[in-house]
Design a protein around this ligand. Structure first.
Ligand code: GLN
Length: 197
């Protein structure tokens, strides 16, 4: 199993360590070479606006977009979730996401860096809570009919989705890799194992 990590910017190292812990191979993706022979893809946290610019600059947009829009196994965390969303609010005007997940997200929906926080998020689907680290996290503000909510955060009396899945696409508003919680990665690997290449 070979897992590509989009390595243009962001917390690539933490994801790479998690992939190796899970016994899979890491391919850091910086150019279109090597994109062909991966089984799953991780879009890490970082800064989605910068990643969008670099996707265009490196020529990676087209293959990566084809991958996510075809619903091939992908995990997007934080900025990676913004990239995976079909609709983005409060993005830069020239920021066009890759898309694939039928959700709308609001960038920096919880405020700026100093409003970053940690919370315990129940996730019955993955048997137990996540100790979730939210850093300038996007908010999922709309979820399409084909999307399953795996975990929600209690926010001002409401339940707000923070982990969603649509087929083999998994999106997460927080940073499981920083808590060294590999359950979402494992879900990705399970999906990749069953997916036609
Ligand atoms: N706010 C960032 C963005 O929109 C995401 C922050 C993160 O990945 N920790 O890209």
């Amino acid at each position: 199993m070979r897992v590509g990590i989009l390595a243009l910017q962001g917390d690539v190292r933490e994801h790479a360590a998690a992939v190796r812990r899970a016994g899979a191979e890491v391919a850091e993706i910086r150019t279109i070479d090597g994109f062909d022979d991966i089984d799953a893809l991780i879009l890490p946290g970082g800064e989605s606006t910068t990643m969008c610019l670099l996707l265009d600059k490196t020529g990676l947009r087209s293959p990566v977009e084809a991958w996510t829009r075809a619903g091939r196994p992908t995990l997007g965390t934080c900025a990676g979730l913004v990239l995976l969303a079909d609709r983005v609010e409060d993005g830069r005007v020239d920021q066009s996401p890759l898309g694939g997940l039928d959700i709308a997200v609001r960038r920096n929906g919880h405020g700026r860096q100093r409003h970053s926080f940690e919370a315990r998020v129940p996730c019955p689907a993955l048997s137990g809570d996540f100790d979730a680290v939210f850093i300038r996290a996007p908010r999922i503000v709309e979820v399409g009919a084909g999307v399953t909510v795996l975990a929600s955060l209690e926010s001002e009396g409401d339940l707000e989705p923070v982990v969603v899945q649509q087929g083999a696409l998994i999106g997460c508003a927080f940073h499981p890799e920083l808590a060294e919680d590999d359950r979402l990665l494992q879900l990705l690997l399970d999906r990749a194992e069953g997916a036609p290449s």
